[in-house]
Structures are given as structure tokens and as C-alpha cells.
Ligand binder design. Sequence first.
Ligand SMILES: O=C(O)[C@@H](CO)OP(=O)(O)O
Length: 271
Amino acid sequence: MLLRATQRALRRGARQKSTVVMMRHGESTWNLENKFTGWYDCPLSEKGHEEATEAGRLVAAEGFKFDVAFTSTFKRAIRTLDHALEETDHMWIPVTKAWQLNERHYGGLQGLDKQQTVDKHGIEQVTVWRRSYDIPPPDSDKSSEHWPGNDPKYAKLDKHVMPTTESLATTAARVVPYWQHVIVPELIAGKDVLIAAHGNSLRALVQYLDGIPNDEITELNIPTATPLVYEFDDAQEPIPQPDAIAPLQGRYLGDQAAIRARIEGVKAQTK
Ligand SMILES: O=C(O)[C@@H](CO)OP(=O)(O)O
């Protein structure tokens, strides 16, 4: 019945809008300690749990409804999604945990203190590692706990696709196809989607959605647990939202001045 109604509406040329609310996880224990995290599976800090709960309340206050949710294989994102689902009373919807939405792998930098890394290598080099489009951090050793090929979580996956490091470009090479082949079909089916993921996997996604040039994405930082709302038209193109902070076309929910301060806070993790 629903399918027929949707098909009839599309034949009549009606615009079918879908909503995707995405959020980076709340503060993790390694964010708190200012360590490069990447694929290290640390939990949310106490503040991270509070941030994620507050993010869920902001989404609930706007009355969004969701049909499906996506997150990564990391507990900081999974717990953030749980808080959002609980606050919005959507704990019943199907959740997919996909490694393709994982944080960018930080290679040999994982576990290092960000400021000490600046002190050792200089701010220019560290900014290239953190934010350049296609220059990855040094590789992680394949004998190290930081190589996902040694993690039982990924035992069923082809070890050849498990990264030793990733740039934003190589992160996008897994995030964007996942969006196109798994999430877009949900939008085409008329579903509304909630995503909890990571600073750099979301940077890769919004770069694609908003057509942000490679030399501008370097300036984009995504704050923790701040809902980012995208509306899509019936061609699955983002509809520019009022109050969006350029170059994004989606809008953040919450106090805009506080959000801008949080964005600056992410940038200032290395000085
Ligand atoms: O350490 C990381 O994995 C990421 C996100 O926390 O850090 P950055 O913002 O420096 O890319």
C-alpha cells in the first residue's frame, strides 16, 4: 500500500523529501586526553555521555522521526547513537553498524598526545597529517594492536582492505560508496535516517554532499555530539538549510554561538 502511494506521488511529480540527521560521537576518553584516536575503540567520557544525551534531546525537541539508523563499529559512536535513540524514543528502529563509517585511521599517530606530536614535528606537519585532503599520517606497524587486521572484530573481512593509515581521500573512498549504495536506497524508499559517526568520516561525507573543494575541506572541523540536519530532495540532493554554517548545506541544532566555539575547540587541539 505504502509503496503504491509513494509511486503514485512520484508519478504526480510530488517532491519527496527525506531527512538525515548526522552527529559526531560525544567526547571520548581519548578526546579528553587529547590523543590521536582513529580506529582505537575507546569509550565516551562522562561528559561525552552527557553531550550525546543533550544531542538526543535537541533532536527530540524538533520532533524528527527516523526509520533506520547507522553507526560505526566503535563504542563511542554506538553509545552516542543509543543516547539519541533513547531520547527520541526510537530504540526500536533497525541499526546497522558499518566499519565503512569508522573514523579515519590515524596510522602511526594513534595513541600519541596531539600537542606532544606538535612539539616534536611542528604545527605545519601535524596540520598536514590532521587536515590535508590526501596526505596520510605515517603507517601503523602491521604487528601493532592499531592495525585492524589484528583485531578479531574484523576477522571476517579481507585483510587487504584493512588500512595501516588513511587520508581523508582514502576515508572518502569507503564512506562515499557506503552512502551511495546503502544509505541512498533508504532515502529513495522514503525513509528518514539517523547517523552517529566520527569527525573525519563525517568530514568525508559532507565534503561529498556539499561539493566542498579539496583545498577548503582542510578548514572544516566537526564538533562532538552536535546534530547536523540535512534535507534531501527527490533526486537525493541536499536542500540548503536556513542557518547552515558555510560551506555546509545542513544546519546544526542548538546554540549557534556555542557550536562555533566548539568547532574552534576541535581546531585548537593542536596549536
Ligand atoms: O583523533 C581522532 O581520531 C580525530 C577525532 O577525534 O582527531 P582529529 O580531529 O585530530 O582528526
